[in-house]
Design a protein around this ligand. Structure first.
Ligand SMILES: [Zn+2]
Ligand SMILES: [Zn+2]
Length: 145
């Protein structure tokens, strides 16, 4: 049985991105990316580990960490780092914002992006070359309210 077309297009895209940055496509990297791309909960590395272990029982948390960093390095995932030292990963790399619940820590996607003019504005900070931005809404989610 051949895999669904969508899945193979997705793994071709991952393979190309990895190879462009000098990394090999491995079954483990594929599984980590598939798990991330299939969820919108912005999981922690531990959550990715638990999800991927169902398919690849031999995978270690350390490998999941390394594979996540590799995916971030080649632009196939985004790392959201927080001031308490925790990090979450996002398989969605198109422009979007996040809303984070102050009570349960849930992170939700918020569609939209800032106008391009703001990204190139020279008055963002004198001499600063803007390559991206991060906008996070904070508050209380529907289940905590
Ligand atoms: Zn909440
Ligand atoms: Zn997101």
């Amino acid at each position: 049985m051949s895999p669904p077309v969508q899945a193979s297009v997705e793994s071709d895209r991952l393979r190309e991105a990895l190879e462009a940055f000098g990394h090999r496509f491995t079954e483990q990297r594929g599984a980590v990316h598939r798990f991330l791309a299939g969820t919108d909960t912005h999981p922690t590395a531990e959550e990715v580990f638990h999800g991927v272990r169902a398919q690849l029982p031999a995978i270690s948390l350390a490998t999941v960490y390394k594979n996540l960093e590799t995916l971030v390095g080649c632009g196939m995932a985004i790392k959201l780092s927080y001031s308490d030292g925790s990090s979450r990963y996002d398989g969605r790399t198109d422009p979007h914002h996040h809303a984070r619940c102050n009570r349960c820590g849930a992170v939700m996607d918020v569609p939209g992006s800032l106008p391009t003019e703001m990204m190139t504005a020279s008055d963002v900070c004198p001499g600063f070359h803007v390559t991206g931005y991060r906008l996070e809404f904070t508050g209380v989610c529907a289940s905590c309210a």
